[in-house]
Every structure is written in structure tokens, then in C-alpha cells.
Design a protein around this ligand. Structure first.
Ligand code: GLN
Length: 549
């Protein structure tokens, strides 16, 4: 039987509950336990697939095609394990299940209520993964902040489980903020006290309190929190702001968060944590040998969370290449033929990001053209790949009006077209081409070199595709389909062999990049950017040398 850890949050949102949960999971995994994490989100959307990235950041897609919260991305990146639909549950999904059951008559005439029907369904989901026999520990992160109206049923479910399960099978970890008041030069524990009090009033008492803080917690402060919040002093954990999220597992190790959890769970059979790979990655991350600058072209660039997995993939790939990757955001709406050289100046590589809708499209196309014509390493993901196809169609094949039917339904040259099976669909939620699909790679291509394999599986999230009617024309003119779906023939990768590094992929390689297994496409892209940068520097120094001579 699995044991359960619940991670709740108090005082304010954005304290990094997902990172604390993932760090704890990492430590337990490093000690030889089989761990998974799941996230419960209190909003009514059935999943975040229909949410605007400005609202909730990136939508993370799992192998099985679930559109989930971006915290699942952190879980996968930290643990190098796959999550699934079962790992992300929202209030909307809970209600959907209960209402469907009610319509089926499954409640036998009973009045359907929040307690017990909604809470029963929450509990069922909380225990589900633990019942598979695949895990020793299931960590459940509860989204939202204690005290929110919509979080109440989830806290109530945890309260019931605390009673129903054996005491040594449940731990509640509560994350709070201990603010530092600069004027008083003091750390303040009151918000933590209030938050724990509020949670206790609902019947859930935390076993461990993790305190986000800018300053170290003195023993006095820890004692005070322990005293007022009714936990042991060793269970008051300091979580100082860290320079990178990847430091947090080591910080939690120093604070013995894992040991204290295992003590409460009565787990005695564990080993010294195996974190060599992790530490090796951190060393490379902290001491890069050089720097590359990558332009990220997208339309949601004001919000870092909108491209979370891409930014993390750059961190993984940078460490692998021992370079610091500086990502410069370029807003595609402001790129024109006149200013493109100036906008992209100083870049060593260009990534055109995924996206939806027509805003900023022409700027993206102009940027792709610049990268293609100036041998600047180019990497297009999903919409970015589609833009590279449109650009090539217009400027090389001479199809002046080439477009995607997403932007122009009536274009005479729909080089990017909606998939046949998509045309019938009217509902928005969960209806794209989602999740993992196989891709066969053409021998001898850049894609083959990058992956070192002829078969890969990557995750998708889109409705439009390369239109195979144009494939022969493209390949004759120098843009090659180097990856295709073995069953449907859909084009998954396009590349230009005559360019030093120009590749576009219809899928999202960023969703499978982890600390211990960085995505090959990102690693190679950064390597290409590094070479571009070195050549640029040697060009500069030879110009300088010539001038001096
Ligand atoms: N809007 C494009 C499509 O639906 C691209 C989607 C994406 O970039 N994720 O095909």
C-alpha cells in the first residue's frame, strides 16, 4: 500500500508549492522510493486546455494526451518519470464525474451534495495512483491557498483521509511565507500562524511547515513557529529563495525535509540519496564556460510561464553544452522587413514558439526568412515549424499567397491545413491532436544526427498540419521532410540541409526535456548556436586583425 503526502499552501499564491513538492519527490526518489506527484486544481475548467496562457501559463501535455497544469512539467523534469491524465484533477473534472453519475442514476435517489459525494470523488482520485501498486509514495499538491472558498472541498477530503487512513500513512506539509520587514529588520511569523490556524479550523493540522523566506530562519523564529503552530521544531523547514529551482532539492535535503516526512510515515528502509547526476547538472549550470543568446519569438512573451517548458529545456541544454543560455524575448508583432536585422541583432539562434491565432504571424515569417538567409540557427516548434513552411513556400517556391488555413481559410495555397478528422469537431476542450505519437526519421538527415535514432516518440498539441500535396515541391526545392508519422504519413519534421541548422518540428520536444535527459533537439540547437557565436567572434577578431595590419 502506498503512503500519501499532501502539500498545501497558505498566506499567498506563487510561493512555489510545485517546486517544493517536486523537490521532496526528488529526494524520496533518490532514496530509493517509488514516487509520483499529482496536482489538484480548484478551478472549474475541466482541464487547463481551454485557458489562455496569460491566465494560467503553459498547458503541459502528457504522454497520454492530457492537457494539464504546468506544475506537472516540473514533476516530470525533476523526476524523469511520466505523468498522465490521472495526475491532474480539477474541480471541474470532479463535478463532471459526479454529475454524470447522477444522470446515470448511480446515486439511487439520494440528494447529491458536496459532502459526501464531491469529497468522496476527490478522495477516490487522491488514492487512485496509490492503488496501482506502482508507487510507495503519492504526493498530492493542492492548488490555491488555504482559506479560498474553492479549496474547501479538497481540504475537507484531506481531513477525512487523515482519519480514515492509518496515521503513519499520511503527512501534511504546509507551505507558508515568513516575510522580512525591512523597516523593522525582522522576520514576521504572524502570517504563518494565521494560515495554520485557519487550516486547523477546517480540521487539518500540518505535520510539517515549510517557510518561504528571504532571510535565514533563526532558531528563535523556528521555535516560535513550532510553538504557535503546534509542530515539532525540527518540522519547521526553512526554504530560502534560491538562485535556480534546481537548487531547491539540495536545500530541502540540508533541511532534512525528506527525513522528517519518512519519520512520520514510519519508513525506515531508505538509502543515502543518489544525487550525483543532479549535482553534476547543477555544477555545469553554475559554472558555464561561455554564453549564447537565443531569441524567443512568440506572442505571450510578457509572461514567462507561457513558455515554461521551453525555457527549462534551454536550461537543461545549456548545462549539457556548458554554456549559459540567455533568452531574449522578441515580440513578433513589432517585427517588420525594415527592422528585422536590428531586432535580431546579437542573436546566436532563433526559436519561433508555438501558438494559436493570427496575431504576430507576419513578424514571425519575416524573422524566419532572416534566419534562413543569414545562416542563423533556426528552431521552430509547432506554429514555429508551420511559419517556416509558409516562409519557404512564399519566398523560395514562389507561392506568394502560401498560408495556413488557421490564419486564412480561403488561401489558394494552404501549405498548412487542418487535419481531416479535425474538421468535424465543434467542441474545444481536449479535441486537438494530443499526446505522444511515433515519428520515423529519414536516414542521414539533421534530425537523424540529432536523435541518433530512426524512430522517436514526441508529444503533440495542434489542429493543423503540413499539407502533403505540396511535399514534392518542397523537397525538390531544398526543404526536406526528415520525420513523418509511420501510419498517417503526416510530416513531423522539416529541415533545410543546405543551412547549418534549420529545423522545424510539428510536435513539442520541450515537453520531454528533463534534468537528467535533456531534449536532443534543444541540445543540438544550443550546440549550433555556440558554433555560430564562436564563428562570429573569430570573424570579428579577423576583421580587427586586418584593420590593425
Ligand atoms: N495553431 C497551430 C495548430 O493548431 C499550432 C499549435 C501550436 O503551436 N501548439 O496547429
Amino acid at each position: 500500500m502506498a503512503k500519501y503526502i499532501f502539500v498545501t499552501g497558505g498566506v499567498t499564491s506563487s510561493l512555489g508549492k510545485g517546486i517544493i513538492a517536486a523537490s521532496l519527490a526528488k529526494l524520496l526518489q533518490a532514496r530509493g522510493l517509488r514516487v509520483t506527484i499529482q496536482k489538484f486544481d480548484p478551478y472549474i475548467n475541466v482541464d487547463p486546455g481551454t485557458l489562455n496562457p496569460y491566465e494560467h501559463g503553459e498547458c503541459f501535455v502528457t504522454e497520454d494526451g492530457a492537457e494539464t497544469d504546468l506544475d506537472l512539467g516540473h514533476y516530470e523534469r525533476f523526476l524523469s518519470i511520466y505523468t498522465s491524465q490521472a495526475n491532474n484533477v480539477t474541480t471541474g473534472r470532479i463535478y463532471q464525474t459526479v454529475i454524470n453519475k447522477e444522470r446515470e442514476g448511480a446515486y439511487l435517489g439520494k440528494t447529491v451534495q458536496v459532502v459526501p459525494h464531491i469529497t468522496d470523488e476527490i478522495k477516490r482520485r487522491m488514492l487512485l495512483l496509490g492503488k496501482t501498486g506502482d508507487y510507495d509514495i503519492v504526493i498530492s499538491e493542492l492548488g490555491g491557498t488555504v482559506g479560498d472558498i474553492e479549496s474547501l472541498p479538497f481540504i475537507e477530503a484531506v481531513r477525512q483521509l487523515q482519519w480514515e487512513l492509518p496515521e503513519e500513512d499520511v503527512v501534511v506539509v504546509h507551505l507558508t511565507l515568513v516575510p522580512y520587514l525591512r523597516a523593522a529588520k525582522e522576520l514576521k511569523t504572524k502570517p504563518t500562524q494565521h494560515s495554520v490556524k485557519m487550516m486547523s479550523e477546517t480540521g487539518v493540522h500540518p505535520d510539517i511547515i515549510v517557510c518561504r523566506t528571504e532571510e535565514p530562519l533563526s532558531n528563535d523564529i523556528k521555535r516560535k513557529i513550532a510553538l504557535f503552530c503546534n509542530v515539532k521544531q525540527e518540522a519547521v523547514i526553512e526554504a530560502m529563495d534560491a538562485p535556480t529551482i534546481y537548487e531547491v532539492p539540495l536545500a530541502m535535503l540540508r533541511e532534512k525535509l525528506d527525513i522528517i516526512c519518512m519519520k512520520k510515515l514510519n519508513i525506515t528502509n531508505y538509502k543515502e540519496p543518489e544525487l550525483e547526476k543532479w549535482k553534476g547538472f547543477l555544477d555545469k549550470l553554475k559554472y558555464p564556460k561561455s554564453k549564447v543568446t537565443i531569441g524567443l519569438i512568440g506572442k505571450y512573451i510578457e509572461l514567462q510561464d507561457a513558455y515554461k517548458s521551453i525555457l527549462e529545456s534551454f536550461i537543461h541544454a545549456g548545462a549539457m553544452n556548458e554554456v549559459k543560455v540567455e533568452v531574449v524575448n522578441v515580440h513578433s508583432e513589432y517585427i517588420t522587413g525594415e527592422n528585422v536585422a536590428e531586432k535580431l541583432e546579437g542573436l546566436d539562434g532563433l526559436l519561433v514558439a508555438p501558438g494559436f491565432g493570427h496575431r504576430g504571424i507576419e513578424g514571425k515569417i519575416i524573422a524566419v526568412q532572416y534566419a534562413r538567409e543569414h545562416a542563423l540557427p533556426f528552431f521552430g516548434i509547432c506554429l514555429g515549424m508551420q511559419m517556416s513552411v509558409i516562409e519557404y513556400g512564399r519566398n523560395v517556391l514562389g507561392l506568394k499567397d502560401a498560408h495556413s488555413t488557421e490564419m486564412d481559410q480561403l488561401t489558394p495555397n494552404p501549405v498548412i491545413n487542418m487535419m481531416e478528422e479535425q474538421k468535424q469537431i465543434t467542441m474545444m476542450g481536449g479535441t486537438m491532436r494530443l499526446g505522444s505519437y511515433p515519428c520515423d526519421i529519414k536516414e542521414g538527415t539533421l534530425a537523424h544526427k540529432i536523435y541518433g535514432s530512426l524512430h522517436v516518440n514526441e508529444r503533440h498539441r495542434h489542429r493543423y498540419e503540413f499539407n502533403n500535396k505540396y511535399l514534392e515541391q518542397y523537397e525538390k526545392s531544398g526543404m526536406v521532410a526528415s520525420g513523418r508519422n509511420p501510419e498517417t504519413g503526416l510530416v513531423e519534421i522539416m529541415e533545410i540541409p543546405s543551412h547549418p541548422f534549420f529545423i522545424g518540428v510539428q510536435y513539442h520536444p520541450e515537453l520531454k526535456s528533463t534534468v537528467e535527459k535533456p531534449a536532443p533537439l534543444f541540445v543540438s540547437f544550443i550546440d549550433a548556436a555556440k558554433k555560430y557565436n564562436e564563428q562570429k567572434s573569430s570573424r570579428k577578431s579577423s576583421v580587427l586583425q586586418n584593420e590593425l595590419n
